[in-house]
Design a protein around this ligand. Sequence first.
Ligand SMILES: Cc1ncc(COP(=O)(O)O)c(C=O)c1O
Length: 412
Amino acid sequence: MSESIVPGLPAARGITHRRRSPIEACADAPPIPFHRTVLCEGDVAAVTAVLRSGWLTTGPRAKELETGIAALLGRRHALALNSATSALFLAYKAAGVGPGDDVLVPAMTFVATAEVALHLGARPVIVDVDDETLLLDLKDLERKLTRRARVIAPVHYAGHPCAMAPLRAIAAAERLAIVEDAAHCLTGHEGGHRPGEGTLGAALSFYATKELPIGEGGALVSDDEGVIERARRWSLHGISKPAHARMQVGARAIYDVEDIGFKMNLPDVLAALGVAQLPRMEAHRARREALAQRYDAALAFVPGIRPLRVRPGFTSARHLYVVRVDAKSAGLDRDELAAELGARGIGTSVHFTPIHEMTALKSLLGTRPGDCPVASRAGREVLSLPLHPALTDEECDRVTNELRAIVAARAP
Ligand SMILES: Cc1ncc(COP(=O)(O)O)c(C=O)c1O
């Protein structure tokens, strides 16, 4: 393979750039996609070993991933699942969420945080966000708490952990459970305190563009063994004994269905890809941190462009690099800037259109833009620039040079 090692990534021996397509290779400046998943030969070997092993579904590799994830986050337990969506669902269910309950979620999130509450018969209550970090706003949270509230679901947006102490104080006073949506925050922490500490648990995502990309997958982490054991049973039809234990030669094949469950388990084929990549997570975070600081420096004085900041005392997982575009000062709005960058071969994304503005939630919950004004404004302004461990310094510089040139041509 004619691939090169990613620069500045000490633990990434064998991690290689994606081979360019012939069309890209011919172009003067190859496109910079919003995201690129970069795997190494060891990752491929780990997956093929499972394919050759005769056992494809949940088994020893899923167990190994659970052990590795729990160790990385300093949690007692982890449950490997097919998505963070499943992890959120099972955690809400473990908290006893059901019809008549409210689950408080921030507006700046992916729909999953709210959607699974609806599947349990509960009502998502959508809370506004802090203008500086786009994390759950505590004042609005307190305003929107009702007697129906059962769970608060803070989202560690873009990888920046929420401040958990004040949230825990509110939850304790109101006797609520906290379920953390840590889909963006595998490696982020608040002074060493990581997701799942002092809460019911935290949901992680291993979706294709996330920190630990395995295609589709996730995990629930918790220090509460009871939560994980109930979630484990629900994740596999409420069956008393998982298939891998039942199907060993000489094992008793009979099982009972102890509860009514679902099918949310993670197959070993995908778990192996997670196990192989886990040791690189901190080096990848460090690389994204260096790139984020490079972006920060280059974009510091661009009119109308305001990068999201990391608060002192917090270590962001740096899952996303988000800037806000103020149309008046920049001379063009977020959508125009995204289109101009796209025309110059630079991919971007938007995280997120706030969920209270989504058609289905508006019609189900009767939400209006004025319910979360800070999120509504942010939803028109946020733009995510390419950020992943295989992005080179040169690519990062090209993004900022193009962005600066676009704004210089348009700013008043
Ligand atoms: C904040 C947030 N929560 C939850 C999810 C759902 O993750 P998954 O696709 O693993 O179910 C995502 C996915 O993008 C997300 O961004």
